[in-house]
Design a protein around this ligand. Structure first.
Ligand SMILES: Nc1ncnc2c1ncn2[C@@H]1O[C@H](COP(=O)(O)OP(=O)(O)OP(=O)(O)O)[C@@H](O)[C@H]1O
Length: 240
């Protein structure tokens, strides 16, 4: 689904240049759930921005679903982003004066979908994240966990091939973080490819693979042998 080869990225600051990504190589297969970890400044957001087509690498290649992602004009890039990628952010990025339903259906409007279908889809995905009764509520009437669920419904509504989550639990308490990650695990169970940037070890252990960045290179890339899950989910894993 994602293939990255020898990716480099520097930021220019005046006459200085900061070499942030120094040759990143990795592949993510369809249906994987991978976390990207690393200390502050290690390049996680820079990498996620490139994967999300919000920024471009200086060198190296990036293929998404077999398509080379490089120097696309903004219109094509936007189309690819809509078609391939869903985003989840630490701070939810909801529109505060729009209801949960409108927040979820709005991106579909920009994709040209008719009102009836947009509304049906938004209801479907709100139901999927456990917020069927909250469609008419504004974000400021909701808890952090509920807001993140709305954001997840919004990301899923366009049925992207890959979900990119940047510190999705960074603004949530521990219990809510685990609940949100459990929802993300369920979405992955259904086949969605998911990348999660996180600082937190316990959150990373709720994914299936951990890629560790340090100073712009991958220092470790390992499969999680014991995925952290609630007892019920643990039993389901054991029965597979
Ligand atoms: N637009 C930019 N211009 C200049 N320098 C930048 C820019 N974005 C990031 N940097 C620098 O690049 C380095 C890597 O930043 P990045 O945000 O990718 O790290 P990170 O691992 O995501 O950190 P954090 O966990 O703190 O978010 C940092 O030293 C940062 O200051």
């Amino acid at each position: 689904m994602i293939t990255i080869k020898d990716l480099h990225k520097s930021y220019k600051m005046g006459s200085n240049s900061l070499h942030v990504l120094k040759g990143i190589n990795f592949d993510v297969a369809q249906g994987e759930m991978v976390s990207i970890m690393g200390s502050s400044g290690s390049g996680k957001s820079t990498l996620l921005n490139i994967l999300g087509m919000l920024d471009e690498a200086d060198e190296g290649s990036y293929h998404l679903d077999g398509k080379p992602i490089k120097k696309l004009n903004e219109k094509i890039a936007a189309r690819y982003r809509n078609e391939f990628l869903g985003f989840i952010f630490q701070s939810f990025n909801l529109i505060n004066y729009k209801t949960a339903l409108d927040n979820v259906s709005m991106p579909l409007y920009y994709q040209g979908m008719k009102r009836k279908e947009r509304t049906e889809r938004a209801h479907h995905y709100l139901e999927k994240v456990g917020l069927a009764d909250w469609a008419g509520h504004l974000p400021n009437e909701m808890s952090g966990g509920q807001k993140q669920r709305v954001a997840i419904a919004r990301a899923l509504a366009s049925d992207p091939k890959v979900l990119l989550a940047d510190e999705p639990t960074g603004a949530l308490d521990t219990k809510t973080s685990y609940e949100v990650m459990e929802l993300i695990q369920q979405i992955n169970d259904e086949g969605k490819t998911i990348l999660v940037v996180t600082h937190e070890d316990d959150i990373a252990h709720m994914t299936k693979r951990i890629v560790n960045l340090k100073d712009g290179i991958i220092i470790d890339d390992s499969v999680v042998t014991q995925i952290r899950a609630t007892e019920a989910r643990q039993r389901a894993y054991e029965n597979v």
